[in-house]
Write a protein that binds this ligand. Sequence first.
Ligand code: ATP
Length: 355
Amino acid sequence: MHGANPILSLKAVRKMFGTHAAVDSVDLDIAEGEFFTIVGPSGSGKTTMLRMLAGMDTPTSGDIELKGERINDVPANKRPTCMVFQSLALFPHRTVGQNVEFPLKIRGEDPKLRKQRALQLMDLLRLPQSYYSKNVLKCSGGERQRVALARALAYDPQILFFDEPLSAIDYKLRKTLEKELKDIHRETKKTFVYITHSLEEAMVMSDRIGVMRAGKLVQVGTPQEIYSTPNTRFVSEFVGDVNVIPVNLGSDGLLHASALGEKLKAPRLPSGFSKGYLVIRPEFLTFLSERPENGNALGGRLYNEYVLGSRIQYQVRVGDSVFVVEKLRQQPFTGHLDDDVFIGWETNDAILVTD
Ligand code: ATP
C-alpha cells in the first residue's frame, strides 16, 4: 500500500435493509493515491458500500472518515469526491466541451480558462481536440466513457468512485479502457475506488483489491496476493479456474484426500489447520509419464481439451472428479483423448485454504 495516511477509513461499517445486513462490519483503510477495487458476486454489497462511501447513503452503524474526519452524514454534493456511473449520465444534445466544462461553469470559472482546462482534460483522456464541439450523442460508447471521466476530473475531486463503468462495453474496447484508466490514475495521482464483479478487470488496474462476500470484506490484498494466496475456497474460486481437493490433515503429517483415496504432501499449513481444501491452479499441474515415487501425483484419464487462444486447457477425470490442466499453446501435451495419464504438481505450488 502506498502512502501511510489513509484518505478513507471505514470502521465497523454496517448497512441494514430491514433485518438483512447488505454491508456487515467492514473495516478498511484506503490510502491516498491508491487504486482500490471492490469485487464480489452479485448481491455481495458492492453498490451499497460505494453508495455509502460517496455519500449517497448513510451507514446504519459504524463510521466513515475522510482524512480523519467523520463524514457519515455529509451528503454527496458536499464531499470532495465524484462518482463516475455505468450509465454515464452525460448531457445529451450538448457538445463534448460543454459536458467537460460543466463543473467549471457551475463554479463560475472564466470561459477562456474553462475551455483551456477542458482541452487539457480531453488531451489526457485521448479525445481529439476537434471533439470539443462534437455532440456527445455522435460519440461512440468508449468515447462517451472518456467524456464522462474528463467531466468527473474537471470537478478536481480528491477521490473518484467508479460504479462498473466498463460493464456495458464490448470486450476489446474494455481491455483498452482498463489500461487507459490505469494510466490516467497514474497521471492524475488521485485516489480511485472502483467496483466490479470482474476480478480480471480488478487484477489489471488495481493497487489493491477487496473481495466481498455476503456483505463482508473477506480478503484485502494486492492482485498478486489475492491470486497466489487466497485465504478461503471462495476467494480461490473467484479468481479463476482452480482444482480443489477436500483434505484432512492426518497424524502422519500428510493430507488425506479420501474422495481420491490418496495421501498428499502438505504445503505451508495455515495456523490451526486440520481440515479444508488443497487448491492447485491449472498452470501448476503437469502431465507425468509415470507415477513418481516421491511426489504428488494422481492417475486419471484425459477426456477433453479446449484451445483458449494462447493456452490449451485439458480436462482429466480422476475418479469422480475433473481436474483442469493448462499448457501454453507452444508447449502442448502430446497425449490423446482417453489416454491414461498422471498429473502432478510441486508441493509448494498448491495452497491450503479453509471454507
Ligand atoms: P450487483 O453486482 O448485482 O450490483 P452488489 O454486490 O452491488 O450486486 P448490492 O446492490 O449492494 O450488491 O446489494 C446487496 C444486498 O442488499 C442485496 O441482497 C440487495 O438485494 C440488498 N439491497 C440493496 N439495496 C437495497 C434496498 N434499497 N432495499 C433493500 N435491499 C437492498
